[in-house]
Write a protein that binds this ligand. Sequence first.
Ligand code: ZN
Length: 311
Amino acid sequence: MVRLWVLNTLPAHWKRCRDGPTDADAHPERQLGHPWHGIPSGGRAPDPRQLTPGEDLFVVRQTGGVGVSGIWTFENARRVDDQAIVPDVWRDHDGETRDYDWLLYCRGSPEREVEPPMREDFGGSFPFHHSKLTGTGIAMEGADRAAYVEALIDHGISATAERRLRDALEAPATGGTAAADSDPPARTEYTTTRTIRDTKLSTMAKELYDHRCQLCGDRRDRRDGSAYAEAHHVKPLGTPHRGPDTASNLLVLCPNHHADFDYGRVRVDPDSLVVTHAFDDAVDGTFLTVHADHDLDPASLEYHNDRIASF
Ligand SMILES: [Zn+2]
């Protein structure tokens, strides 16, 4: 299971966080120039030894209302034996010197930078409004994870980042939860609306279409020969859209046309199912393929069309 951690950084420290350590003596060479983060002593961050290198993701947000600014892959956690390797600006905390327990290193991946940052202004009803994201790191599981990821995807992050996050959602919800469970103060704050993604439903929809894109008919294969398609919620699940997680609100798409839907480059007439695409002549003017057993709701298509009209 891919875990997401939300990490907070002060806007004044953002650049240092993003650019990684610069001291080659104190930090292993391979990590120079890669994003990193510190966990202060006495905080309520989960134990970073729970994280899986190369798999778990950090969602890094700038505090003070700036919002999510980067998504990175965790690479290494290192216990701080000597406080001298922690930047002074991190240690200076309102005039007092703060010690650090851990340094977290990420793999560099500039395409995952969220630019502009995703403002976390969800009208106060979203469980991850910035006021809920206190603390250095919050491990997210299940419905919380899905809700946050949907919000990120709705924001229009890069296609690479979106694919990785969707993979994180598709991953089975198994594995250790000890870190999150040992962090009750953060978890008890999650009391508001959640979005639950039914992965079984999207798997069924993909099988119904033989993993072929409803727009172009394309079917992509993984290296092992198994087919690959993406499920798209026409009316997004997250706040403020609150689309239903039902087959009537799902399309099976290839990665390109999925991105085109997300970026508002394609619309489908709810009545005639005629496709209008901004630049892809191969599908522009064709009909959306809808299986006889797929009861697609025209209202979802209408919602999408209205929504992208404001992009
Ligand atoms: Zn397609």
